[in-house]
Ligand binder design. Structure first.
Ligand code: DHB
Ligand code: FE
Length: 292
């Protein structure tokens, strides 16, 4: 059977992708940021999974205001890097895993989560920047990726609670797949940032670090935080952080289907934790949690 081996959490600031693509990653502004991912790139080489289930948000690139799926799973064989206005990023095409994606779609939909099935889409910085941060600039990404897009751009957005429960359903789906695949689940976006309006530039270091603490040690409690608290405390784009709860809900210490508070498996090992301000307008947070 397939299993979830680890979860990775990281911000997805588009300027990080531009810095890499333009060879600026060793400039003084960017150097401390990329230093924080040195460990992670080696860790991913040492712990390459068979598939990455990558939870991210599209920024009105593949989807527009014409159509706004709350949760969309990519079931395609491949995904082209999107043109977000400056041409597509010069990064590899993302290879999908249609069989596992279709299995997860079946299981999660039968578990009462309404997913949109996407057979064709381009992937924007929300997906490609986390891959670049974790993999550097390879000729091909190290394994197939299942893109899972969450609407955190246009209101109403899903609650943290629902995201956390969805993570549990995704784990159940992975564990019922009849192939011995090692699957990582990545939760991306965040941390605090606000890109527009009078509060543009908002960063809340204390809130971000408390979020990281609770994501590690009290994810169930953290999942109860209402969306308006994210917006007030972490800025209008800070709401991207609810996606991290999908990945956290899929870890072994969370007990799918059990009563709230019931014990699950062992707590994950914190393999790496990093926080850096600023990257463009955003506070960058990053965690690697391993199932033990
Ligand atoms: C920035 C951050 C984002 O999450 C995004 O989608 C676009 C821009 C920024 O900090 O510049
Ligand atoms: Fe974003």
């Amino acid at each position: 059977m397939a299993k979830i081996t680890a979860s990775v959490y990281t911000s997805h600031v588009p300027a990080i992708g531009a810095a890499l693509d333009q060879g600026k990653d060793q400039e003084p502004y960017w150097q401390p940021l990329f230093k924080g991912y040195k460990f992670s790139q080696q860790w991913l080489k040492d712990n390459t999974p068979d598939v990455i289930f990558l939870v991210y948000n599209d920024h009105a690139t593949a989807f527009s205001l014409d159509m706004i799926p709350t949760f969309a799973i990519g079931t395609a064989a491949e995904y082209a890097p999107a043109d977000e206005g400056w041409g597509p990023r010069p990064v590899p095409t993302v290879i999908g895993h249609p069989e596992l994606a279709a299995h997860i779609a079946h299981s999660v939909i039968q578990d009462d989560f309404d997913l949109t099935i996407v057979n064709k889409m381009a992937v924007d910085h929300g997906l490609t920047v986390p891959l670049s941060l974790m993999c550097g600039q390879p000729d091909a990404w190290p394994c197939p990726v299942i893109p899972f897009a969450v609407n955190v751009v246009q209101y109403p957005v899903p609650s943290g609670r629902r995201c956390f429960m969805l993570g549990q359903a995704i784990r159940k789906a992975v564990e019922s797949y009849d192939q011995p695949l090692k699957v990582q689940i990545w939760g991306t976006g965040g941390m605090s940032h606000q890109l527009q309006g009078p509060r543009a530039g908002l960063i809340n270091k204390a809130w971000d670090n408390a979020f990281l603490d609770r994501l590690i040690a009290d994810p169930e409690g953290l999942s109860q935080v209402p969306h308006i608290d994210y917006v007030r405390e972490a800025g209008s784009e800070g709401i991207e952080l609810v996606m991290w709860l999908i990945a956290r809900g899929a870890m072994a210490d969370v007990n799918p289907g059990a009563a709230p508070g019931a014990a699950g498996g062992p707590a994950p090992k914190v393999a790496h934790r990093f926080y850096h301000v600023p990257a463009s307008n955003t506070a960058v947070g990053h965690l690697i949690l391993e199932n033990t």
